[in-house]
Design a protein. Structure first.
Ligand SMILES: [Zn+2]
Length: 279
């Protein structure tokens, strides 16, 4: 059974501002982005389960409240796991996380420096990481690029998480999208820190980068730290499975290295809830 470690809800008006404007420019069209719990459930109900992300990013116009996610995942215990989101720039960020975990039943923290405009290695944010470690909840962090002009690109390099991982060895940190486009930097930081992982979500849209990312992870011996995720609604779980199983297509009839079926199926069937301590 396949578990999707990276899916979003976007209720009416929750994906707006600068990010929506940039998304329309990047992908064309004039559609609002809408993922209600009903739409989301249709996608995930036939899979083993999923992590569902809140998103508190006022700097770029995204606001998916913790309560919205908590109410939905509570209807599907053991299958859906809700991650809170707290903008680290908020003065009471650690307290907000504690409330989301203890009162709303959320089991992780979603961060995104390029959407929330904060420098993850800045000491002022360490109390938030300390709180996550104390609560025993993992962090899923979008540590990679984005198309939002307002976002801080210089805050989004994977290596910025190395001091965080070293300061909080019991805090599990999952880097989204294998840190694209800084895939090798992501692999370097994940390899050296036992508490770090990375997910393949959304990489299916760039088959050449995706193939090279897995070859590099294979050469560094870290494919066991890769988790499966889609980044729904930007990519569906099904399309991501297909992209992963089709990873060697570009290497066909060449001498380029192949990703073994064992590695591919290992990623697809990773026991993410257990690995991240969600169960
Ligand atoms: Zn995402």
């Amino acid at each position: 059974m396949i578990f999707d470690c990276h899916t979003h809800l976007f209720g009416p008006g929750q994906f707006g501002g600068a990010t929506l404007a940039a998304a329309k420019r990047a992908w064309g069209g004039d559609q609002e982005l809408l993922v209600t719990p009903e739409i989301h459930w249709e996608l995930v109900k036939d899979f083993a389960g999923a992590i569902v992300l809140a998103f508190d990013a006022p700097a770029t116009g995204i606001n998916v409240p913790n309560e919205y996610v908590a109410e939905y995942v509570a209807k599907h215990p053991g299958k859906l796991f809700g991650f809170a989101s707290v903008d680290p720039n908020r003065e009471n960020a650690p307290q907000l996380l504690e409330t989301a975990v203890k009162e709303l039943g959320l089991v992780g923290l979603k961060l995104g420096p390029i959407y929330q405009n904060f420098y993850p290695d800045a000491k002022e944010h360490f109390p938030l990481y300390a709180k996550a470690e104390e609560l025993g909840v993992p962090i899923l962090i979008h540590q990679g690029t984005s198309f939002v002009p307002e976002g801080y690109l210089d805050a989004s390099r994977p290596a910025a998480l190395d001091p965080v991982a070293r300061a909080f060895p019991n805090l599990k940190i999952l880097i989204a999208h294998m840190g694209h486009p800084w895939v090798d930097e992501c692999i370097a930081v994940v390899r050296k820190n036992p508490n770090m992982y990375m997910d393949v979500s959304a990489l299916g849209s760039r088959p050449w980068q995706f193939y090279n990312a897995l070859v590099s992870a294979m050469e560094y011996g870290v494919t066991h730290k890769i988790l499966f995720g889609s980044d729904y609604p930007f990519f569906t779980t099904e399309r991501m499975i297909e992209a992963l199983r089709n990873i060697n297509a570009l290497a066909e009839r060449t001498a380029l290295p192949r990703i073994s079926e064992e590695i591919i199926e290992g990623i697809l069937h990773r026991n993410t809830p257990e690995l991240l301590g969600l169960v």
